[in-house]
Design a protein around this ligand. Structure first.
Ligand SMILES: [Zn+2]
Length: 263
């Protein structure tokens, strides 16, 4: 299924290019080649990422002792496949919206991972209650050999009439690099430091594609993987992935759902 959907996206992107003569992308190669460039990647950071749809990512970091630190981000109601996971070191939630924190499935996930530490933005931590802990901007804490920092603080503006809620963006680093991975949640927060891998929002009700491109350019990570794409019909995702891969210098890679990718 995962392979099929990848082909479908590539095919759709080609069709879109063909139907838009005169536009910038008409002469460009099929999206599949760009979204999953078959190039040798320069450095191995010892991290495996698994995408469970939308903004739910599992990051597994190899420790010096051989034990992995495993961190699950944003198990929301558009995500699937995370339900049976055990052995998590931590669950990190960026904000309270159901597509990032599925309160129907969270209790079973937490019960199955009694050793996991649970962190969320202050509003979500208050809503979920103990043992969830609030992460404020500037906070730093350890998960095994990793250091996690909370940055940003506010959700992107959806509409000026809608109150802005808390959203904590997370930077995860180890002893040799302070920002191996960044998960911004629903925000376009630029950390102002080198990031190895950015989970970059591909599309959202609070963002247009030019903002997505400019955000990826601003953070300028070595590599990026798209998140928050469940709001786009699968056949249309190539429209967004194509711009993000064509218009930035970042090594942009669409993760195969529920299948770990080494970084
Ligand atoms: Zn969202």
């Amino acid at each position: 299924m995962a392979v099929g959907s990848t082909h479908a996206e590539s095919g759709m992107a080609s069709q879109i290019g063909g139907h838009c003569p005169g536009t910038a992308n008409a002469d460009q190669p099929a999206l599949g080649a760009m979204a999953n460039p078959q190039v040798a990647r320069s450095h191995n950071i010892g991290m495996e990422l698994t995408h469970f749809g939308h903004s739910c990512l599992l990051a597994q970091f190899k420790g010096d002792s051989g034990a992995d630190a495993t961190v699950l981000f944003d198990p929301g109601n558009f995500s699937h496949g995370f339900e049976g996971i055990t052995g998590l070191s931590a669950i990190l939630i960026t904000h309270q919206h159901p597509d990032h924190a599925d309160t129907a499935r969270l209790p079973a996930l937490v019960d199955a991972n009694p050793q996991a530490v649970l962190y969320a933005d202050p509003q979500t931590a208050a809503q979920l209650g103990e043992p969830w802990r609030a992460v404020h901007v500037g906070d730093a804490f350890s998960i095994d050999h990793l250091t996690v920092r909370g940055v940003g603080g506010r959700h992107a503006v959806i509409h000026p009439e809608i109150p802005v809620i808390d959203n904590i963006s997370y930077l995860i680093g180890d002893g040799s690099h302070a920002a191996r991975l960044m998960h911004p949640g629903d925000a376009l927060f630029t950390p102002g430091e080198p990031v190895d891998v950015l989970a970059t929002p591909a599309a959202a009700p609070w963002m247009k594609i030019s903002e997505a491109v400019d955000y990826l350019r601003a953070v300028a990570p070595t590599r990026a993987v798209p998140i928050h794409q469940a709001i786009i019909e699968p056949n249309a995702r190539g429209i967004y992935y194509g711009r993000l891969s064509e218009m930035t210098d970042t090594d942009f890679q669409v993760l195969e759902p529920e299948n770990g990718t080494e970084f």
